[in-house]
Design a protein around this ligand. Structure first.
Ligand SMILES: *Cc1c(COP(=O)(O)O)cnc(C)c1O
Length: 446
C-alpha cells in the first residue's frame, strides 16, 4: 500500500470512528484484548510466513492469473470491513447493498444490458457460473448444457452438481465451433467463453448467436477472465466482433477479482431477463426482511456475502470507469500490448516460438531449439523451475494434446501424447514495459 492510500485509509477510518462514537461511549471487552508481546510475536511470524509467497505484485511474476488489488480498492475494502456489513439482506448493510446494486448496474450496462436485468455479486466466478447454469437447467429442465473443450473445468463439474448432462463441442483450428455435430433438439443452453482461462481465447459468439437463436438455445457467456476487455471493443487492439454482441446473451459472468482490481471474493452474475428471479423464491422465518425493496438475498444462491466486496468494487468503478480512454481501458490496453510485444519477441527469438497469436493478454510459447514434443516439454519444465528457483522470473506451464500442437507447428516431431509449453498471463499494466527484460532473463535459462 503506498503512502497516499495509507493516509486515505487512516483518515477515512478516523471519520468512521467519529460516527461509531456518536452512538455513545463503549469499550471493547477485556476478553478481546491481547498483550502487546503476543501481538508482535504473532504478526512477526505472520509476516515471515507470508513472505513465502511468489511476488504477485512484480512484473517478474508472469505466471498465473494473480495480482494484488489496487491499494485504493484495498483501502475501501478495509473501511467497509471495519463495519462488516452483510449484503444478504438490506438490513445487513443498507449502504453496501445500495452500492452493490449500483456497481452491478454499471457492469450490466457496460455489457450492453438495459435497465431491466437481474444480477448480483458472488463469492467467485465458479459460484456465479453455478447460478447461471442452475437457471439454465430450470429454464430447460430436460435439456443438456453444451460447452467447448476450452471452457473452464468448473462447467463440467457444476453440470454434475446440478445433475445436468454436459456436452463438449469440438472446436476447429480457426476457433469456430463444430455446431453441425450437435443435436440441437437436446441442447438447452450453450456456454460461450470470452477469454478462456488457458490462453485467453475469445470463442466465436458471432458464429454461435444466430444458430442458438434459430434453435431456441440459451446463451451463457463466461467472461470471468475476459469481461473487462470489452473496454477495448472499438479499438484496433482486439477483435471486437464477439464483444459487441454480449447484450444478446441470456446470462453473463464476470470476475471483478480477476481483471477488476478487486481482492478475492468478487464474482458477478447477470441475467438479461429479470423474470428468472422466480426460480430463486424462498422464505425463511429468520431472515429479517424489513422492507418491500429488493433484497439481494432474494436473488442469490448464497446467503451471507461480504458487503465490503461490493463497497470496494463500487469505489473502484468511481476511480476507474469502464471506459476505453479512461480507467480500465488504458489498463487493459497495456496488458494487451504486453502480450503482443512478447508475441513479437518470441517470434523474433532464435530460442523461443509463440504457440499462437494471443487474442487477449495470455501468451503460450516454447523453447524451439529442439526437434520433438517431449524435448519441448522437458525444456519448458526446466525453464519454469529454474526461473523460480533463483527467484528471477515466474511463469506457468500449459499442456496441449501433441496432435493439436503439431497442427500449428508441423516441424516438430510428436513423440508424446501431450506437450507442455510455457504460459504467461500479462495481467498487470507494468508488464508492458517489462517484457523485454523478461525474455532476456528467460533466455539465460534455456
Ligand atoms: C477463473 C475463471 C473461472 C472461475 O472463477 P473463480 O473466480 O476462480 O471461481 C471460470 N471461468 C473462467 C473463464 C475463468 O477464467
Amino acid at each position: 500500500m503506498n503512502t497516499s492510500s495509507k493516509n486515505i485509509l487512516h483518515n477515512s477510518l478516523a471519520t468512521l470512528k467519529e460516527w461509531q462514537d456518536s452512538f455513545g461511549e463503549w469499550r471493547q471487552d477485556a476478553t478481546l484484548e491481547v498483550s502487546d508481546e503476543k501481538i508482535e510475536a504473532t504478526f512477526n511470524r505472520l509476516a515471515q510466513r507470508l513472505k513465502c509467497n511468489f511476488p504477485f505484485h512484480h512484473p517478474a511474476y508472469a505466471g498465473q492469473m494473480l495480482k494484488p488489488p489496487h491499494p485504493l480498492t484495498w483501502a475501501a475494502y478495509a473501511m467497509a470491513m471495519s463495519i462488516n456489513p452483510n449484503n444478504h439482506a438490506l438490513d445487513g448493510g443498507p449502504p453496501s447493498s445500495e452500492m452493490e446494486k449500483e456497481a452491478v448496474n454499471e457492469l450490466a450496462h457496460f455489457f450492453g444490458y438495459g435497465d431491466e436485468f437481474l444480477g448480483h455479486l458472488t463469492a467467485s466466478g465458479t459460484i456465479a457460473n453455478l447460478e447461471a447454469l442452475w437457471i439454465a437447467r430450470e429454464s430447460h429442465p430436460d435439456k443438456k448444457i453444451a460447452f467447448s473443450s476450452q471452457a473452464h473445468y468448473t462447467h463440467e463439474r457444476m453440470c454434475s452438481v446440478l445433475r445436468v448432462e454436459g456436452v463438449k463441442i469440438p472446436v476447429f483450428e480457426d476457433g469456430t465451433f463444430d455446431l453441425n455435430s450437435i443435436d440441437t433438439d437436446t441442447i438447452g443452453t450453450i456456454v460461450v467463453t470470452l477469454g478462456t482461462t488457458g490462453l485467453g481465447e475469445v470463442e466465436p459468439l458471432d458464429q454461435i448467436l444466430p444458430w442458438a437463436k434459430e434453435h431456441g438455445i440459451r446463451i451463457h457467456i463466461d467472461a470471468a477472465y475476459g469481461g473487462f476487455f470489452r473496454t477495448l471493443k472499438d479499438t484496433d487492439l482486439i477483435d471486437g466482433t464477439s464483444w459487441k454482441l454480449m447484450e444478446h446473451a441470456d446470462s453473463i459472468v464476470v470476475d471483478p477479482h480477476k481483471h477488476g482490481l478487486q481482492p478475492y471474493g468478487c464474482g458477478c452474475v447477470l441475467f438479461k431477463d429479470p423474470a428468472v428471479g422466480k426460480f430463486y423464491k424462498h422464505d425463511s422465518p429468520y431472515t429479517y426482511f424489513t422492507s418491500e425493496d429488493l433484497h439481494l438475498g432474494e436473488i442469490s444462491l448464497e446467503c451471507s456475502r461480504a458487503g465490503a466486496a461490493a463497497v470496494a468494487l463500487w469505489a473502484t468503478l468511481q476511480l476507474f470507469p469502464l471506459k476505453e480512454k479512461e480507467g480500465f481501458g488504458p489498463i487493459l490496453g497495456k496488458c494487451r500490448n504486453a502480450a503482443l510485444k512478447m508475441h513479437e519477441l518470441t517470434e523474433a527469438s532464435s530460442k523461443f516460438k509463440p504457440y499462437k497469436k494471443p487474442e487477449l493478454d495470455i501468451l503460450g510459447y516454447f523453447p524451439s531449439d529442439v526437434t520433438t514434443t517431449s524435448e519441448i516439454s522437458s525444456k519448458s519444465k526446466r525453464i519454469f523451475d529454474s526461473g523460480m528457483k533463483d527467484q528471477s522470473f515466474y511463469l506457468s506451464l500449459y499442456r496441449i494434446p501433441a496432435e493439436d500442437f503439431t497442427k500449428l507447428h508441423p516441424e516438430f516431431n510428436a513423440d508424446s501424447e501431450d506437450v507442455t509449453i510455457l504460459r504467461s498471463v500479462f495481467m498487470k499494466p507494468e508488464h508492458e514495459r517489462y517484457v523485454e527484460e523478461l525474455i532476456e532473463k528467460i533466455s539465460l535459462h534455456v
